[in-house]
Design a protein around this ligand. Structure first.
Ligand SMILES: Nc1ncnc2c1ncn2[C@@H]1O[C@H](COP(=O)(O)OP(=O)(O)O)[C@@H](O)[C@H]1O
Ligand SMILES: [Mg+2]
Length: 270
């Protein structure tokens, strides 16, 4: 099977297209319809915000796109086109590497995503070497440049540090650096700034925005903060109880919200 290159995907403008996705969590006594007939597009070089209250199914969507949903999750319907290929119909073999070549993800508590026993440098170099057949020295240079790209000062010093020595904001930038090593077509940021104070929050959002501009990455920004959405997003999908109740450009959503729930959200954010 011939997959599209990231360049070809960029020319088609859709890094991610989810069609009719339904996902249930199966439990011994019941099942939860966490995602129901969901459609969503994340455009190249744009920030798409997925907003909705806690428990509405946002993270479930993110995990399904990355192919790392919980064991009790069953996808009953739909297609997830990542960089032009439906990952749900791909053979198991090669799926993991396909996804990690085309998409990266950062979470709220990035310290949990880093290995506490390895230095920042070791983790970045490892990430680079997974995908590129180059020497350790070349990988080190790429790693250093990745840290510079997310505006981390004194990257040489930082490479030698362990995660516990970093602030929350620095950890999050290191995660962005790792997630963007392969210039993925799509970066998912699941509540990336929720645990950070306001100033640091702004810096992280700025990093995501500059990555979008610099690399043409499509960013799927999951948040419950409509202030953030108004400031940074291009497109918005509003999620409630597993459904997308409304989607459109940020201007549409804020100036002319159609759904009652969206109106409530917008009113609460003003
Ligand atoms: N592994 C799981 N088993 C059962 N229910 C789950 C599981 N993971 C999440 N859920 C439930 O699915 C719904 C959606 O969760 P989630 O996607 O985490 O929402 P959000 O990210 O919007 O807060 C919630 O009701 C949550 O409790
Ligand atoms: Mg969540």
């Amino acid at each position: 099977m011939q997959y599209k290159t990231n360049q070809e995907v960029q020319s088609e403008n859709k890094a991610l297209e989810i069609r009719g996705l339904s996902l249930d969590y199966i439990m011994p006594d019941q099942s939860i319809h966490a995602v129901v007939d969901l459609n969503l597009v994340a455009r190249t070089g744009k920030i798409t915000a997925l907003v909705g209250e806690s428990g509405s199914g946002k993270s479930t969507v993110a995990l399904a796109v990355m192919g790392i949903q919980d064991k009790n999750a069953v996808i009953s319907n739909g297609e997830i086109y990542l960089a032009g290929t439906d990952i749900l119909s791909m053979p198991k073999k090669g799926l993991r590497s396909y996804i990690s070549n085309h998409a990266g993800i950062i979470f709220q508590d990035s310290i949990d995503s880093l290995n506490p026993l390895l230095t920042v440098g070791e983790q970045l170099v490892e990430a680079v070497l997974i995908h590129e057949k180059i020497t350790k020295k070349q990988a080190f240079t790429i790693a250093l440049n990745q840290l510079l790209a997310v505006s981390l000062p004194q990257p040489e010093e930082l490479m030698k540090k362990y995660p516990f020595m970093l602030s929350g904001g620095m950890c999050q930038r290191v995660m962005i650096a790792i997630a963007s090593v392969f210039r993925p077509a799509l970066l998912i940021a699941d509540e990336p700034t929720t645990a950070l104070d306001v100033t640091v929050q702004a810096q992280i959002l700025h990093q995501l925005d500059s990555m979008r501009k610099r690399e043409g990455t499509a960013i799927l920004l999951i948040t419950h903060d409509l202030g953030v959405v108004a400031e940074i997003a291009d497109d918005v999908c509003v999620m409630k109880d597993g459904y997308i109740v409304e989607s459109g450009t940020v201007d549409d959503i804020f100036s002319n919200p159609q759904h009652t729930y969206t109106r409530q959200l917008v009113a609460a954010a003003l």
